[in-house]
Write a protein that binds this ligand. Structure first.
Ligand code: FES
Length: 115
């Protein structure tokens, strides 16, 4: 899939992500297929590369299965770094002060697209 195809094809239907929940999708970005973590916040969806800045591991413990702390942060399954779901900043753990790499998204007609 080329980048242009990737930007015109929806990543996932909004309704497939629970409000306050996560989904994992793959998308062509800069010529590579990348795993993304998507987080739904009402009608909005935020996304980041599914790569932890600590040791480069995936954030999910199984494909699409992400941990959320009681404080509402995304928790890396590898060593427990916590990330703000507002801006992807690491707020606690071994990479505190670093951040996830954001992927711009938009929601149109009930579908999530790369922006
Ligand atoms: S790889 Fe995520 S906390 Fe170590």
């Amino acid at each position: 899939m080329s980048v242009s195809e990737a930007t015109t094809s929806p990543l996932i239907a909004l309704e497939r992500i629970a409000d306050g929940g996560f989904a994992e999708v793959e998308a062509g970005i800069d010529g590579d297929f990348e795993s993304l973590v998507l987080y739904r916040d009402g009608d909005a969806v935020r996304g980041w590369l599914n790569i932890c800045p600590h040791a480069g591991r995936r954030l999910d413990w199984a494909p699409g299965q992400f941990l959320k702390s009681k404080a509402g942060d995304l928790v890396c399954a590898a060593h427990g770094a916590s990330f703000s779901l507002q801006d992807g900043a690491c707020v606690a753990g071994p990479c505190k002060g670093d951040r996830l790499r954001a992927v711009p998204l938009e929601v149109r007609d009930g579908q999530v697209f790369l922006a």
